[in-house]
Design a protein around this ligand. Structure first.
Ligand code: C2E
Ligand code: MG
Ligand code: MG
Ligand code: MG
Length: 290
């Protein structure tokens, strides 16, 4: 996986540096780690934003902020690659701080009804102090805490459920909402999901990709929806790529959706244009298309 991303990053130049040897892979990781260590984070890191849509009301209720890193030496590197490396090498906290600053600045330009959904890593919530730092950064930005959703993955929480519980309670007490990301892909979600102070479940896109063709996927998604209802959690379905998937999921009762079918992640300026266009559509819903 890493080697493939590395190859992609280099293939623009023509020559593809690619081998599947393990040793090479490790070297790739350490190359990325070194580049990350010396990166000018404020310049090299940026965010794109993907709408989370309420299909019943019609309209964007939040944007998820997604990190993008373009290294001067290595080119663009996916967050799926660099985030785990940054986590292992202790660099993630600095990266999170930079990205959170950018995300809060962006969100302040959106209308009040639009929330910011921001991804956190395990290290970001590893201690009550770390969590307090995040709350302080949001407070300092002037963005209402009620407009912030923090997305955490199961793998981040499972390490120490008691600790996670304490930290999440602190975040929640300040008015921030908590979403459990990639739900269904972890080991033992069901054994602790009811113990955590969550507001939302984000159903992983791996269930969605087969929902129109595989009855088992549909059953799993339906069960997750029932679980969410019982726990009084909102459900966001991610990775919806086709109208067929969206219609089927809407038929199953899902309301909050995210995916390429609605919109791909976009740059900050495009979020403003997108929200404007949406507002115009809301005012004139039956505008005929010429
Ligand atoms: P995630 O939080 O589950 O984000 C959703 C990922 O799915 C994003 O990939 C998004 O671009 C992609 N996606 C959205 N809709 C579709 C779709 O319809 N089809 C497909 N195939 N993909 C879709 P991305 O941006 O590459 O991010 C990958 C992961 O990296 C994220 O998964 C998240 O775990 C992590 N990540 C991204 N940004 C950050 C960040 O700022 N901080 C931390 N800690 N992790 C981040
Ligand atoms: Mg996420
Ligand atoms: Mg996810
Ligand atoms: Mg994911």
């Amino acid at each position: 996986d890493y080697a493939l991303y590395y190859a992609k990053a280099h293939s623009r130049g023509g020559a593809v540096l690619f081998t599947e040897e393990h040793e090479r892979l490790l070297r790739t990781q350490s190359v990325i780690e070194q580049a990350l260590r010396h990166a000018d984070l404020a310049r090299e890191m940026s965010l794109v934003f993907q709408p989370i849509v309420d299909v019943r009301r019609g309209g964007t209720v939040a944007f998820e902020a997604l990190a993008r890193w373009t290294s001067p030496e290595l080119g663009p590197i996916s967050p799926a690659v660099f985030v785990p490396i940054a986590e292992r090498s202790g660099l993630i906290t600095r990266i999170t701080a930079v990205l959170l600053g950018q995300a809060l600045a962006a969100a302040r330009a959106w209308p009040d009804r639009v929330a910011l959904s921001f991804n956190l890593s395990m290290a970001d919530i590893a201690s009550p102090q770390a969590a307090a730092g995040i709350v302080a950064a949001i407070r300092a930005s002037g963005l209402a805490l009620g407009r912030v959703i923090l997305e955490v993955t199961e793998t981040a929480l499972i390490q120490d459920v008691a600790q996670a519980q304490t930290v999440l309670e602190t975040l929640k007490a300040s008015g921030i909402a908590i979403a459990l990301d990639d739900f269904g892909t972890g080991y033992s979600s069901l054994s602790y999901v009811h113990r955590l102070p969550l507001d939302k479940l984000k159903i992983d896109r791996s269930f969605v990709s087969e929902v129109t063709t595989d009855p088992a996927s549909r059953d799993i998604i339906t069960s997750i929806a029932a679980l969410a209802r019982n726990l009084r959690l909102d459900c966001v379905v991610e990775g919806i790529e086709t109208g067929e998937q969206a219609r089927l999921l809407e038929g199953l009762g899902f309301v909050l959706m995210q995916g390429y079918h609605f919109h791909r992640p976009m740059g900050f300026c495009d979020t403003l244009r997108y929200l404007d266009a949406e507002a115009v559509r809301a005012i004139r819903p039956v505008q005929a298309v010429a």
